[in-house]
Design a protein around this ligand. Structure first.
Ligand code: ZN
Length: 197
C-alpha cells in the first residue's frame, strides 16, 4: 500500500465495500446514499458506471426509484484507474457485473492505494447462478451488504430475479432466452425462483 499518491498523504489502508443482490433490490440507491454521505464529509468522489447500463441513458447512475447522480462511463476495469485523480478518496462503481473478472484486481489496487471502493452489482444471474465478479469481490471486501428485493409473486424477501417472456408477468412463463429490457424481469423468492407445473 502507498501512503503517497501524487504528493498527497493518504490514510492507509483503503477498504472495499460491496453492495450485492438481485435486480430491484435497491443496490444503486444504496451506492448513491454512500456517495452523498462521502461528499457531505468533504471527500473527493468518483462515480463510475459501465457503458452497458443504458437504463438511465448513460452518464449517470440512476436507481429504480428515480434518484440519479452524474457519473463517468467505463467499458472495462482498466479504465477505472485512469478516472482516479489525486484528490479522489472514494470510488463508487455501479453495475459491477458488467466489468468482468478484471474488476477484482482493479478494485484491490485502488484499495491498496488507500481509497475506499464501493462496488454495487448483481451477484446472481437470472437463472440463479453466482454472477462473477461479485462473489469474488464479496470474498475480499471489508464489508458486504446483501440486499433483497420483494418477490413479485408472494411478497417475501427475494434474493433472485427471473426473466419473463415478452408481454406477460405470469410466473410460469419465465424463459431462458434474452428477450428485452428491465421490464421483462421480476424479483422472486426462493420458492418462486423456478417455475414448476
Ligand atoms: Zn415468492
Amino acid at each position: 500500500m502507498n501512503d503517497h499518491d501524487g504528493g498527497r498523504v493518504r490514510p492507509a489502508p483503503g477498504r472495499v465495500e460491496v453492495v450485492a443482490g438481485p435486480m430491484f433490490a435497491g443496490k444503486s440507491e444504496e451506492l448513491l446514499r454512500r456517495v452523498r454521505r462521502a461528499r457531505l464529509a468533504g471527500q473527493g468522489v468518483v462515480v463510475v458506471n459501465h457503458a452497458l447500463d443504458v437504463r438511465s441513458g448513460g452518464g449517470q447512475v440512476a436507481s429504480h426509484s428515480g434518484l440519479a447522480i452524474p457519473s463517468a462511463t467505463a467499458t472495462d476495469a482498466e479504465q477505472i484507474r485512469a478516472l482516479v485523480t489525486p484528490g479522489t478518496d472514494l470510488v463508487a462503481i455501479d453495475e459491477a457485473q458488467f466489468f468482468g473478472a478484471g474488476l477484482v484486481d482493479a478494485v484491490l489496487a485502488l484499495a491498496d492505494d488507500g481509497l475506499t471502493v464501493v462496488v454495487a452489482g448483481l451477484c446472481i444471474t437470472f437463472d440463479g447462478q453466482p454472477f462473477e465478479p461479485l462473489p469474488a469481490l464479496m470474498a475480499v471486501a471489508e464489508t458486504v451488504v446483501k440486499l433483497t428485493a420483494v418477490c413479485a409473486v408472494c411478497g417475501r424477501d427475494a434474493a433472485y430475479h427471473v426473466r419473463l417472456a415478452p408481454g406477460t408477468a405470469d410466473a410460469r412463463t419465465a424463459v431462458a432466452a434474452h428477450v428485452g429490457g428491465a421490464e421483462s424481469y421480476q424479483a422472486r423468492c426462493r420458492a418462486h425462483r423456478i417455475t414448476r407445473r
